[in-house]
Design a protein around this ligand. Structure first.
Ligand code: NAP
Length: 307
């Protein structure tokens, strides 16, 4: 079986690419190793995606995007991609872990990003025992407790507000003297009586025997150490591109994100990249969807050209 398009990843960008290519009559398969929706699935409430005046949950938006793509003829299956090979005839072989390989005329990398770890003592040991990276997945375990959130971007700000609805208190700890997330989110944090912010401060270790009990903090301006008793540590310090299996294959920028042209084509003809995995400076659902639409249209043109 030779697919016209195989899309690796079923987040907003992958599902939108599939929607467009399937509607264009191209035989399209989406491979996903987790749950469709990608990062949207772990976002509690979405309020800046155009067209939804009422707040929509990430879970509902994921479901709607998935159903729409499937209704247009996209095939969808579990697949953990190990590698992609370009054959002499210009087609691609997608090698999967534990499954038969798949052949395609074009490939779309929509593998998104993976949350960064703090890499401090105690983090790995207490993972799932107070250390968490997803408020919507794990927030409920901290009902009525005191937690810290680490980071200063949109995710840290947004998830602090989400957690404040569940926990007793949130302390948002940022290593710089200014947050870099959106002003509207900063205001929401500042006006929330359950959230305290601590700036110029780094978490340098996490302590606890069976679960998180306290953290050691370093005020990097005063160079002063302190400790704080706490029940949970939510880490939102950015993400790294999921490009490990492609890094020898397509051109990456200095931060490991995939470089594309304006048609979403990578340095390898026939391989496209969309969404957060792509080198760009605005990462939103809207931009992921935009990438998917652009790639979807241009894949059709590319396949016509190579006919
Ligand atoms: P981000 O924007 O890269 O922010 C990462 C934050 O973590 C920065 O404040 C950074 O501080 C801090 N940080 C990085 N490494 C650290 C370390 N080792 N220790 C302590 N702090 C560290 O990541 P993000 O917040 O996950 O957002 C990712 C993308 O998704 C962004 O483009 C964002 O706009 C988008 N997003 C949008 C929304 C929305 O529109 N509602 C929601 C969530 C995410 P420094 O500045 O000091 O490096």
């Amino acid at each position: 079986m030779l697919y016209d398009v195989v899309i690796i990843g079923a987040g907003a960008s992958g599902l939108t690419t599939g929607l467009y290519t399937a509607r264009a009559g191209l035989k399209t398969l989406i491979l996903e190793r987790g749950l469709y929706g990608g990062q949207i699935q772990t976002t509690a409430e979405i309020e800046n995606y155009s067209g939804f005046e009422e707040i929509i949950s990430g879970e509902d938006l994921s479901e709607q995007m998935y159903n729409q793509a499937i209704s247009q003829g996209v095939e969808y299956t579990y697949g953990d991609v190990q590698h992609v090979l370009k054959e002499d005839d210009g087609t691609f072989t997608i090698l999967l872990i534990g499954k038969d390989s798949i052949k395609a005329k074009s490939v779309v990398i929509a593998t998104g990003v993976e949350r960064r770890m703090l890499e401090v003592d105690g983090e790995s040991k207490l993972l799932g025992r107070g250390v968490a990276y997803c408020a919507i997945c794990d927030g409920a375990f901290f009902k009525g407790k005191d937690v810290i959130v680490v980071g200063g971007g949109d995710s840290a700000l947004e998830e602090s507000v989400y957690l404040s609805q569940i926990v007793n208190s949130v302390t948002l700890i940022h290593r710089a003297d200014k947050f870099n997330g959106q002003k509207v989110l900063q205001n929401r944090v500042m006006n929330n009586p359950k959230i305290t912010t601590i700036m110029n401060t780094e978490v340098i270790s996490i302590h606890g025997d069976k679960k998180v009990e306290k953290v050691t903090l370093l005020n990097n301006k005063e160079n002063v150490l302190s400790s704080m008793h706490i029940d949970g540590v939510f880490i939102y310090i950015g993400s790294d591109a999921n490009t490990n299996m492609f890094k020898e294959f397509v051109k990456l920028d200095e931060n490991g994100f995939i470089i594309t042209d304006e048609n979403m084509m990578t340095s390898v003809e026939g391989i496209f990249a969309v969404g957060d995995v792509r080198s760009k400076n605005v990462r939103q659902i809207a931009t992921a969807v935009g990438d998917g639409a652009i790639a979807g249209v241009n894949i059709g043109r590319y396949l016509e050209e190579i006919k």
